[in-house]
Design a protein around this ligand. Structure first.
Ligand code: FES
Ligand code: FES
Length: 161
């Protein structure tokens, strides 16, 4: 008869979008599931679950990462920004506004990851070239837009800042 071990639990303490969160989790919980299921932050999406598409992109300790590849326990003590933390609905960031202005959204599934990746690029390089934008987006897949409008949105946000 198979014996199933009792899952280990862990008390995670992490700052998410500026708020300290303390939560008991199982140690094998992925960070993406912690954000989406435990905290209700469903802006981060899951498509591949294998680190290929970038739909689950978040910012962890200042770096963009794929939340589907990271265990929640690895974020303990860290600082997370998800798409929900960028701006409230009344006050879009310049880049979010640029996505809207350039009609850079179709189904929207990839967009949280695209925006967070774009925000980090603009933070490092305020005026990226078109090629630099494309290079930065190489880990983010969009099945709808053909990428042109997304690249436009990030490039123009840089030009106008
Ligand atoms: S869902 Fe994480 S990279 Fe695709
Ligand atoms: S807008 Fe649909 S996947 Fe990018």
């Amino acid at each position: 008869m198979l014996h199933h071990p009792t899952p280990h639990t862990f008390q995670i303490s992490v700052t998410v979008n500026g708020k300290l969160v303390e939560h008991e989790i199982v140690t094998h919980l992925r960070l993406l599931d912690f954000l989406r299921n435990d905290l209700g932050l469903t802006g981060s999406k899951e498509v591949c679950g294998e680190g290929e598409c970038g739909a689950c992109t978040i910012i962890l300790n200042g770096q963009t990462v794929n939340a589907c590849l990271i265990l929640a326990v690895e974020a303990h003590g860290g600082n997370i920004v998800t798409i929900e933390g960028l701006a409230d609905t009344q006050d879009l960031t310049e880049l979010q506004q640029s996505f809207e202005d350039h009609h850079a959204v179709q189904c929207g599934y990839c967009i949280p990851g695209m925006v967070l990746t774009g925000e980090k690029l603009l933070e490092r390089n305020a005026h990226p070239t078109r090629d630099e934008v494309k290079y930065e987006l190489s880990g983010n897949i969009c099945r709808c837009t053909g990428y042109h409008k997304i690249v436009d949105a990030i490039e123009k946000a840089g030009e106008e800042s």
